[in-house]
Design a protein around this ligand. Sequence first.
Ligand code: NAG
Ligand code: NAG
Length: 160
Amino acid sequence: MLGIRRLLSWLAASAVLGQAALYDNIKQLPSGLSFDFIIVGGGTAGSVLANRLSENPQHNVLLIDAGPSNADVLLTMVPGYNWRLRHTQYYWNYTTIPQKGLNGRVFNYDRGHVLGGSSSVNAMFYTRGASSDYDRWANVTGDDGWSWSVSSHTCSRWRS
Ligand SMILES: *[C@@H]1O[C@H](CO)[C@@H](O)[C@H](O)[C@H]1NC(C)=O
Ligand SMILES: *[C@@H]1O[C@H](CO)[C@@H](O)[C@H](O)[C@H]1NC(C)=O
């Protein structure tokens, strides 16, 4: 698992003070702060969760991520250019095991080692996943808002 030294990006948000700060190293984090929530993982889920929690003026939130900040990293913003980020500090450099069905070839398995996680290295593409997953979430949560038919409507509004 991750050693503490690998957790390089620290985003502290305090809605009480109406401010957020980004630190590259734990040593930069001001002492004496306390947090109501500490979120480990600044990918899509962790970042959205930290943002939503910090909307409450009662909450101090610390978001910890491995890797550097994605701020001003041009190649994370250019559609289709994620391959230029491979084998840099922004990638975990994972590969697949040799694929039997593909003549034993090994492929890059792109995962972001950067604030924003793999959403920072996704070449600005996204996929919605399988409709059955959405319907299962609706079923498990008892909230029809998760269903494919309802969420599809929301997604079509984003696209337009
Ligand atoms: C990925 O590879 C590059 C080039 O060797 C290296 O600089 C970078 O630190 C590696 N990423 C991680 C998370 O180790
Ligand atoms: C939803 O849950 C019910 C009962 O738990 C089950 O019969 C049904 O197959 C589930 N539907 C989906 C789409 O998972």
